[in-house]
Write a protein that binds this ligand. Sequence first.
Ligand SMILES: [Zn+2]
Length: 109
Amino acid sequence: MARIETELFSSDARCSYCGEWRQLQRDHIIPRCKGGSDDKSNIAVSCWPCNRLKSGLSLDEARLLLNQRRFGWPRFNLEQVKWLKQNNFDISLLEGPLLFEEDCLTGRK
Ligand SMILES: [Zn+2]
């Protein structure tokens, strides 16, 4: 466990979702309440506000909420996001890749 903490909180560590480098915590990418493990592959660095926002949501459930936070878009709350999806509004452009997914796509990590 100690080694994971060292890697997660190295000097260039930043939030996987918004890029913040303060108030970093460990986030379970698949929440434990949804069966996510404590394995390193399921742990991401997250700032406290993103971690709180994501809470027990899956990555895809939290995607729009996290991107809104990152880019400062007009805010939908979780209930509104669910309603928009249920009513087939196309919010795919807003959902987009999360910061750490962009890093993977561009080979920065
Ligand atoms: Zn963050």
